[in-house]
Write a protein that binds this ligand. Structure first.
Ligand SMILES: [Ca+2]
Length: 257
């Protein structure tokens, strides 16, 4: 936790670093996605347009990052001044650094067989993903599996349950900015290492004057359970640019003369 840090001109407690975690995320707090009901509608249920743009209902705060449409990210107005701007950026989620990391080693044997494994995990942390790691049509122009949950203005069946904002062919100044919407839990459990071995019985080896023969197979990073959009929970990259942990398999024979 940060006990004291030089920070002047912070008007609200949610903006201050003092008293918050090291690595604490700061940004806007999302309030889900805009629904059509957040906008002025005609008696037919169509969006009322002014100058070609939809009109937010008067009781909603006005975001200051460009025109919004149904399916865009809605933010909370923390200070209640009717605008969403930098004063509403505060502590969101947890920090990047896991508050706990653990490892469990398990082992066992039966006759000539043995098995050992290391399970590793971490938690109480959030990763912020942006650009190529999370956003649609970002720098390299690709889309990812999680974009399938998009809000589609042409498909009413997506309106209530969309898990991703309305797609935009380039950067969207309202949606593509740091907010709680882009925080992903960094809690994970990983089967880090497993080794299975088999030692040939001594009785079989005594005739050929060899002390031991061991066959083994081991693997690293075999399974991971996480919510990291496919990015490595052990990596710190916000844009998915880190070299991932390799999944490796090894086979071997060890002969002791
Ligand atoms: Ca505000």
């Amino acid at each position: 936790m940060i006990n004291r840090i030089d920070e002047e001109g912070k008007r609200y407690d949610w903006q201050r670093r003092t008293g918050k975690r090291i690595g604490q995320h700061f940004g806007l707090t999302d309030n889900g996605l805009y629904a059509r009901e957040d906008f002025e509608l005609t008696s037919n249920g169509d969006l009322v347009l002014e100058g070609g743009f939809p009109v937010l209902r008067k009781e909603l705060p006005i975001p200051s990052y460009g025109v919004v449409y149904p399916g865009d990210i809605k933010y909370k107005d923390l200070n209640g001044d009717g605008l969403v701007d930098s004063y509403d950026e505060g502590a969101i989620g947890m920090g990047t650094v896991p508050e706990f990391i653990y490892g469990i080693t398990l082992g066992g044997g039966w006759k000539g067989l043995d098995i050992n494994m290391l399970i590793q995990g971490g938690g109480n942390a959030d990763m912020y993903f942006r650009e190529d790691a999370a956003w649609e049509f970002s720098q390299l122009g690709k889309v990812m599996r999680h974009h399938l949950g998009r809000y589609n203005p042409d498909d009413p069946s997506t309106w209530a349950n969309a898990t991703y904002p309305r797609l935009h062919p380039s950067e969207n100044t309202n949606n593509h900015r740091k907010s709680s919407y882009w925080l992903y839990s960094r809690n994970y459990v990983r089967l880090k290492n497993v080794e299975i071995g088999y030692n040939l019985p001594k009785a079989m080896l005594s005739r050929v004057k060899i002390n031991g023969v061991r066959f083994f197979a081991n693997g690293n990073n075999l399974l991971t359970w996480d919510k990291m959009l496919g990015w490595d929970p052990e990596s710190n990259s916000e844009i998915g640019s880190a070299y991932p942990q390799l999944r490796t398999w090894n086979l071997g024979v060890k002969v002791t003369l």
